[in-house]
Structure formats: C-alpha cells, structure tokens
Design a protein around this ligand. Sequence first.
Ligand code: UN1
Length: 494
Amino acid sequence: MTQEYQNLIGGRWTPARDGRRFERENPATGEPTGSYPRSGPDDVRDAVCAAQDAAAAWRRTPAPRRGEILFRAAEILVREKERFARELTGEMGKVIKEARGDVQEAIDMTYYMAGEGRRSFGQTTPSELPDKFAMSVRAPVGVVGCITPWNFPMAIPSWKIMPALVTGNTVVFKPSQYAPKSACNLVKTLEDAGIPPGVINLVFGEGAEVGATLVEHPAVSLISFTGSNAVGRRIAMQGAELGKPVSLEMGGRNAIIVMDDADIPLALDGVIWSAFGTTGQRCTAASRVIVQAGVYDEFAERLVQRAERLRLGNGLDERTEVGPVVNTDQLHKIDAYMAVGRDEGATLACGGATTNVGDLGRGYFFQPTVFTDAKPQMRIAQEEIFGPVTALIKVGSLEEAIAVNNGVPYGLSSSIYTRDVNRAFRAVEGIDTGLVYVNAGTIGAEVHLPFGGTRGTGNGHREAGTAALDTFTEWKTVYIDYSGRLQKAQIDSE
Ligand code: UN1
C-alpha cells in the first residue's frame, strides 16, 4: 500500500480537513511513491494560525539557541543523507549522485545558517550628537510563506526555511506536489532537532489552492517563492496590492560562451554537465551555448558526439547519467519545442524525441538534445524549456557574445571559456546576470554567496549567503540618547 504522509500544523501531523489526497509517482518507473494531503484554504489558515501562535516565543528565543537547533538538524541530515537522497531520486528523478548533492546543499545551508545564530551582525556607528549611541539590529518579519519547486527539493527549501528560522520568523512551507517526500524529510529533520511546535508548518497541495491562500493571507508577512516566471509575476502583483514583500526566483535562459582560444575539452565537459545535468531541469542550466566562429564546427561536432553517448535511465542506477524529466506535462512541453525549433530553421543535431526503449517506456524520458544553427531571437533560444535541450549559436566576437548572452528576458547565470584574462574580465563586467563563471559551467553555486538573478529571473532579492538575511529580516535602527536633554539631529549639530 502507498505510504500516507500528513501535513504538519502546530506540531501535529494531520490530514487535510476534508480528507482529500493526491499521489505522487516515480517519474522513472511510474510506481507510486506516496500519498499526501491535498490541502485546501482551511488547512493553510490553520497553519498560519499555528505559525502566528508560535511567533512570539520563537522571536524571543535567543538567536544562538535557534542556531543550535539548526545545527542539530544539519547533523541529522548528514546521518540520513543517503536515505534522503534515494527518496529524492525516487520522487523527482535526478540521478543519485546529484540527489546526494541536493541533500548536501541543504546540509551546507543548514550549518551555515546555524552559524548566523551567533552572527546576524548589525552596525554600530558614532552619532552626530554627543551622548548618543546609534546602532542597527535585525528583526524578524513574522510569519513567512515559503513556496518551492521540485527540481531541488531539499536545497531550495533549505535556502528559504533556514535563514527564516534562524532570524526568528515562523514558517508555513508549501512544497511542490512533485517532490513532497523530500519536503517531509526536511521538516521531520527540524522536528527531530527540537524545533518547537508551530515554528515550521508544512502544507501539501496545489499552488492554485494552497499557494494562493498563503500569498493572500493577511497574517503572512513575506512570501519567498521559487518557480515559474508566470506564477512569480502574479505573486508580485498580489504582493504589491497587499503591501507584502515578496522574494522571487524565476528561472533562467543561461548561456555558456566558448571563445576561439578556449580549452575545448574543458568547455565540452562544462557544457555537457551544465546542459544535461539534472536532465536540464535547473534554473541555472546552460540552455544556450554561444560559440565563436573559429571553433564552432569542431565544438558542435564534438558536443553532439558526447550528448549522443549519455546514458539515460533510472537515477537510482549509479551508471545513469541522465534521469527522466519530472512529469508528463514537462515531457510534452519539451517535445513541443522540437517542432518549434525546426520550424524556426534550427538544425536538430541529436536527440529530439521521447524515448521508451525497454524499461524507459515506463518513465518520462527525453533524449539529450542539441540544436545547432540557432539564432539569438528564436523561441528555442529565448524561452525556458527546462529539459535536456541546448541550442548552439554562432558569434563573431566577444562583444557579440556578450550581447547575445544578455539578449534574453532572464538573467540568472552565465559562463565564459577563454584562456585570455583580459577577455574574461571584460565578460565579467559586460555580462548582466546574477552569477558569472569563468572556465566553469553555469551550475554549481555555493551556499555562502548570494544566489539570484537580474531581469525576469528575480525582483532584486538574493538568496543564500548573508544576502538572504536581508530578505528575512527588517532593519531596526536604534538611537539611545543618554544626554538627559533634548538634542535635535541636523539642527544642534550645526
Ligand atoms: C536551481 O536550479 O534553481 O547552482 C538551483 C546550482 C545549484 C542550485 C540550482 N547549486 O546549479
């Protein structure tokens, strides 16, 4: 029988009020992986209430104590890493090595934010007046709603939940319905680490019901969302109307630039990893490769050879290099882009179809695909496909490469392969994305540096690093006048 999972509300694992459920299946095999509450607005309201009730005591808990709970959670994640990784692969498909990396990223973030319990520095600065002291401290915002996608089901929730908790907020967490077990594992870990009831609440269900209620709820002070641009924009508009800050992370259309003087084998490794790792289902995936004319033909040929050899399969098999895509909708969406690319005049150099050879027939597999002769304005070079598909674009110069790189609606990650340090620095300066890599692919951000993007990717916020603390706290500026008399800033100091 399929195992039944529950919401966590106010420290109690409970079904949806009206008893509805949904099932998730393994995208590699079609087998059921669990049954989850299909929650409705009432469940969200219960969770928000629980988070509100827990807020006062949690914000008064000294930050180092909050950090210790996170530290214990990180220790549990370390112990359970293999099991969590296997369950993660089983429900969203990424290959097991990468699933371990996903859990590791959550471990890294949890340790990192545990340390913030003893930092969370503010400023002290001299006042312009005598006998007056000035400082700034961080204050929690209150109840935070975290809405997360399926492609990094451990890492991305940890980017939101850990900084929110350590800075004294309480959380209502709505994970993707395509990776619910990992969400459960993460929340259970926090519970086992000793997080008080109501401080973290978990509500499973669909965006239209659960997510929407969370965004609109007046007691939710902040929404942190990672997902599609369409949903993110809607949340931003609602947030503006309700006067509610929202932090958005909404995908990319990232490129690797390969210059004539690049180390070609290294660049090939970088493209294969960045385009087809996680089956291309990373916001940071290299879905475009901008290649200088002098090496274009050779690069295209060698890339196609490598892509054709990639081994598709169940991610739990250690030999598998590319797992399934997450669901049938994604499979159809990716498939539909094949015709779009061909109609626009790009050449389908390899892949281009779903595959159901042998066991693959039970899952959602799409062949690693390379389009050559793509032009910068084609839809296959502009729109986020989110699958194992990359498009090669030929350019003449570094300036043109940078212009093409920047000429998309998104601005998350970019990379350049060159041996010329001057070119590398010129690219770093000219590229308009939140992340830039030199002689490395577009994926692989580390947790202690800011993560996020420009233009259609974000709305000015960054996750990870100390930048995350700015999202989850308000600055409180404190002046203490110990002169015993009325002192007037800007006036008495003349
Ligand atoms: C994402 O795809 O949204 O830099 C996150 C990377 C990973 C995180 C990706 N550390 O590719």
